[in-house]
Design a protein around this ligand. Sequence first.
Ligand code: UDX
Length: 427
Amino acid sequence: MARIAVVGLGPVGLASGLAFALQGHAVVGIDVDTDRTGAIARGAPPFYEDGLEEALRAGLKQGRFSVTDRIGTAVPTADYVFLCVGTPSRPDGSMDDRYLQQAARDVAAALPPEGAPVVVVKSTVIPGTTDAVVRPPLEASGRPFHLAMNPEFLREGRAWEDATRPDRIVVGANGPEARTRMRALYADAGCPVVETDIRTAEMIKYATNAFLATKVAFANELANLCQAFGVGYDEVIRAVTLDPRINPRFLVPGVGFGGSCFPKDVRALVAAGRDRGVAPPLLEAVLAQNEVQYLRAIDLLEAELGDVRGMRIALLGLAFKGGTDDLRESRAIPLARTLIAKGAAVVGYDPLANDGFARLVPEAACVASLEQALRGADGCILQAEWPELTKLTAADFLRSMRRPVVVDGRRILDPAKMQGIRFRRIG
Ligand code: UDX
């Protein structure tokens, strides 16, 4: 049993910390936001993640997980200190390390005179950041420590599942003691544990997300081409992925990728590459392709309706994907704004993200039910794969809509079940 401090209680910090608590470690979560620490201490995570609330309540009840806003109370007795703070995008796309700098300074100030905890960077950072940003304040403290880098691969909405059942652990460490201590921590990981150096571990995270984003962009571009040539994407990709070199997962075409990771991480890698004289044209093209992919859904809607001016369009699923309330980079935002700019009235519905969306796109009306959104609508676009949306039938559309025109932006529905509907989808 180890004593673990987790700095930064977003989905990554909270899911990772609770996964350690579930394994029997003593975990203290730390965040500067006292509203957040207060809510978490009451067993109420300030964001939605499937299964996380139950895990938090169990961790609190068993006394394996506790919360504080004072880093000085947790770090001095910790064997491991995980840094899980955000590294958001700056306006130019580069990675903003201000929160990581502050966390490193705070940890350095709290290091004990002996005990030498392993300080572990879990935040997504550009290669070289751990050594350039985290190591200096720790060294300046004059106190002993070890340093490691352990990237996370948690999907939003699935953070608890991915934290408790990882398909691989990556550990970057530059010293034998750090490597030994990290190997002990992940001894029962139940999956491959990749041991490498710190800079390589940092790059593995970006390489993973950049490749996944490229896969999605490729699927979207191929779907657009299939549509132009009048061939079915599904039939093409089914045969293509019979090639054992081409994994069939993550090739679902739609309105483009959103979320707080793919856009941020690809932009950061592009900016960092440019800084080092290797601007990556393929990744720049992935971002450019993704920026306009949502327009394909509007093209399909206009192909059925003509000019949408004065029409009522239902936009179903507003979060960047189903299973979360996160609206960051959601493709529903440019979809709504473009339709409104074309003179349409947009009525939005999402099981979790209605309120946030109404603040981001105040000209859109957000309603409390699917039926209300569809009632009297001249057209409908599906943008996030919520279970509630997958249950929609042709009868639901025919019963409620003025014109049964449905554009599926996420391959949620089965075209074979859409008799009587003017049903379109990308690819
Ligand atoms: C991603 C990575 O999956 C995760 O490992 C990493 O730690 C964080 O970033 P996340 O952003 O939560 O996770 O969402 P994910 O489920 O990966 O989907 C990302 C975006 O791609 C979503 O907008 C989704 O709709 C889109 N997508 C995904 C597609 O359009 N097609 C696909 O086949 C898969």
